[in-house]
Design a protein. Structure first.
Length: 256
């Protein structure tokens, strides 16, 4: 079989009650009205390859476009954390040199003790990775401080093969397309500067997220899957649930 006759899918398990339970939990979380004292915060992460120029690009002129040499140098991989508060239209990007429990705990703690210091609780929507745990805070902080953070977090994990339910994943995709894709960024400080500028611009010109699918919609529209919703192929799920029902009201320079 040639590559042209092969298609790659995120194939979910069949009749998985755990998938449905986590999916409905996230949908119910998104259906709650905005409460600044108990905000919904979505987070996602991805690695980014740093790439250095080997030869200095030649600036564009009236006679030719900018010229960039084919050769480049790999400069390591860093981890990008995306945090998004869908109902307030706020997002923040954090860059760290590694992807560990410690990195995740430090970034979440920074928000809980900074932006959300006044909040009684934060509803955190994230993927169910082995780094996204309560224990991560105990690996970084003394027990008293760790407990003070954990008791204010209400975890809502997306199901396995259901990361498209995470609004931060869409924000991460937008940031990648608008800020990183097609560019050679050779060091972590430059990447931090560029992603911070992107977040600032989008926060100023953009909107909240209008997530339209509710639990009843999922149960009604996906009747072909009685126990779970996971008989749909991955691309149908993404189109019919994630992108088709979730609108990013972008304005100005937000794009996407």
């Amino acid at each position: 079989m040639t590559n042209r006759k092969m298609q790659y899918w995120v194939i979910p398990p069949e009749a998985d009650a755990e998938f449905v339970a986590h999916m409905e939990d996230v949908l119910e979380t998104y259906s709650q009205p905005y409460d600044p004292s108990v905000p919904v915060l979505c987070m996602d992460e991805q690695p980014v390859q740093l790439v250095k120029e080997v030869k200095q690009p030649i600036p564009a002129s009236k006679n030719h476009p900018k010229r960039v040499d084919y050769e480049y140098e790999r400069a390591g991989v860093v981890n990008v954390f995306m945090f998004a508060e869908p109902l307030s239209g706020w997002r923040e990007v954090a860059i760290r040199p590694t992807k560990t429990k410690v990195d995740w705990a430090l970034e979440v703690a920074s928000l809980l003790e900074g932006r959300y210091a006044h909040c009684n609780k934060v509803r955190l929507v994230c993927d169910n990775l082995n780094t996204h745990t309560m224990g991560a805070f105990y690996e970084v902080f003394e027990p008293e401080r760790a407990r003070s953070i954990v008791r204010r977090i209400e975890f809502h994990y997306t199901p396995k093969h259901g990361s498209w339910l995470n609004i931060a994943e869409n924000e991460l995709s937008s940031m990648t397309r608008q800020c990183i894709h097609g560019r050679r960024i050779g060091d972590i400080e430059t990447l931090r500067k560029e992603t911070a500028a992107w977040a600032s611009d989008v926060n100023e010109t953009q909107r909240g997220v209008d997530w339209q699918m509710k639990i009843d919609d999922a149960r009604t529209k996906l009747t072909s899957v009685s126990v779970s919703y996971t008989h749909l192929r991955a691309h149908e799920t993404a189109l019919r649930i994630s992108y088709a029902v979730f609108c990013l009201k972008r304005g100005g320079g937000g794009g996407g």
